[in-house]
Design a protein around this ligand. Structure first.
Ligand code: KIV
Length: 267
């Protein structure tokens, strides 16, 4: 047995990776999958994408803080080394007071290392209030899934000068507010690269090209378990649903034929 203790990721390890090593992040919503991803990825995000990928909701807006806390505790039981981040649900950080109350609830009720907040310049005061009070915050700018209804759909950002200027302002504002890193979602690649080069905290891209400091994917997208739609930025590393379907058919067929259970699987 190795006498070297395995590293437990902290926000300082994540910050130190900027310009040295790409950061890997993937979502997980339960202990089983968190255990598979643990240690291999730097960060496990308990994303509010849970409500779409696993709850079959049309968007992420309906998930509650109570549900996120439940799933985060499950993830933390499986993830002993990767940094765990809880995505603050829509409507739980509309004011400084409400955000702090809810973020404190997250820290009191789960071992999560940090919370994630969607929004740039407009949310900077809230991020600062949280970081001033000892909460580690991952920011999230660009395409904001929690604003999908207000934006009239999922719209890629950074397509004109005005948007580019605002994105740069957003990135600088969340950095100044104390965020330890920032997710760049749905941003034109060259703009995401420019943002990454303009700030000192790491950027983690999703649909933001190759020149960010790290990447994140929703696990059911990456491994082929979510078939409703496939955005351009999703790369499938496994045809999970197809493989599972084949295995399931074999199980059903063996039960029906009596081939399962055989002597090797009986007492
Ligand atoms: O909810 C989520 O999974 C996310 C990632 C897509 C960044 O916010």
């Amino acid at each position: 047995m190795s006498i070297l203790k395995k590293q437990i990721m902290s926000i300082n390890h994540i910050k130190a990776k900027k310009n040295k090593e790409k950061i890997t992040m993937i979502t997980a919503y339960d202990s089983l999958f968190a255990g598979i991803f643990d240690e291999k990825v730097d960060i496990i995000l308990v994303g509010d994408s849970l409500s779409m990928s696993f709850g079959s909701d049309a968007d992420t807006l309906s998930i509650s803080l109570k549900e996120m806390i439940y799933h985060t505790n499950a993830v933390c039981k499986g993830a002993k080394h990767s940094l765990v981040v809880l995505d603050m649900p829509y409507g739980t950080y509309t004011s400084k007071k409400q955000a702090l109350k809810n973020a404190i609830k997250v820290y009191k009720k789960t071992p999560a290392h940090a919370v994630k907040i969607e929004g740039g310049e407009k949310k900077a005061k809230i991020i600062k209030h949280l970081t001033d009070n000892g909460i580690a915050v991952m920011a999230h700018i660009g395409l904001l899934p929690q604003s999908v209804r207000a934006d009239g759909g999922y719209k890629v950002k950074g397509k004109n000068e005005e948007q580019i200027k605002q994105l740069l302002k957003d990135a600088k504002a969340v950095q100044k507010a104390g965020a330890f890193c920032v997710v760049l979602e749905g941003i034109v690649s060259e703009v995401a690269a420019k943002i990454s080069n303009s700030i000192e905290i790491p950027t983690i891209g999703i649909g933001a090209g190759a020149d960010t400091d790290g990447q994140v994917l929703v696990w059911s997208d990456a491994f082929g378990f979510f078939d409703e739609f496939k955005p351009k930025f999703v790369k499938r590393y496994l045809d999970g649903a197809k493989l599972l379907d084949e295995a399931l058919k074999q199980y059903i067929s063996e039960v029906k034929s009596g081939a399962f259970p055989d002597d090797a699987h009986s007492y």
